[in-house]
Ligand binder design. Sequence first.
Ligand SMILES: *[C@@H]1O[C@H](CO)[C@@H](O)[C@H](O)[C@H]1NC(C)=O
Ligand SMILES: *[C@@H]1O[C@H](CO)[C@@H](O)[C@H](O)[C@H]1NC(C)=O
Length: 197
Amino acid sequence: MWHCSFFSLPLCCLFLLFISTHCYLSSPPVVDLINSTCKKCSDESADFNYNFCVASLQVIPVTHVTNLQGIGIIAMELALENATHTISTIEKLLNSEEFDPFAMDSLRDCLELYADAIAMLVDAFGAFLSKHFNTANVLMRTVMDATSTCDEEFTEKKGELAPLAKENYNLYQLSDISWCIIKQVSSVPSDLPNVSS
Ligand SMILES: *[C@@H]1O[C@H](CO)[C@@H](O)[C@H](O)[C@H]1NC(C)=O
Ligand SMILES: *[C@@H]1O[C@H](CO)[C@@H](O)[C@H](O)[C@H]1NC(C)=O
C-alpha cells in the first residue's frame, strides 16, 4: 500500500504544495480583469449591478479579454445587440393587440427612443475607436436616459404594466458598464500595461 513514510513525508508535502501552487497560478488572470473592472465600477456608483456586470461580460471568449479596451468594445456590442433585439420585441408587442391606446402610444414612443438609442450606440462605438472618449461617454449617458424615459412612459399612469421594464434595465446596465469602462480607458494616458497591482 502506498503511504508517506517519515522520510518521504517532506517530499509528499512538496508534491502537494506544487500541485496547489500550480493550480492556483494557472487560474486565468482574464477573470480577474473582468471582476476587477466590474468591482471598480460598482464602487463608484450605487446604481451599478456588480453581478449583472460579471455575468454579462462572462460571454467574452477568453482569448478576447486581453485588455480594458477589448472589454469596452464587447460591452458596447452587447448593448447594441440588446437594443436591436428590443426593437423587435416592441414591434411584436405593438402587433399583439393586447394593449390599450395609452400603452400603444407608450410603446410607439419607446420604439422611437430605441431607434435613436441604436444610432447613438453606433456613434459611441465609432467615437470610442477614434479615442473621442468624452463624446462616447456623453452618448452612453444619453442612451441610459432614453431607457429611463421609456420606463416612465408606462409608470406615468397608475396601474399600467411596464412591459419593457426588463429590457430597459438590461440596456441601462449594459450602457452603464460601457460608460464606466470608457471612463477607465480614457483615464489611462497610453497603452502602457497596468502595474497598479
Ligand atoms: C469573479 O467573480 C465571479 C462571480 O462573482 C466569481 O465566481 C469568481 O470566483 C471571481 N473570480 C475571481 C478571480 O475573483
Ligand atoms: C441582453 O442582455 C442581458 C444581460 O446581459 C442578457 O441576459 C440577454 O441575453 C441579452 N439579450 C440579447 C438579445 O442580447
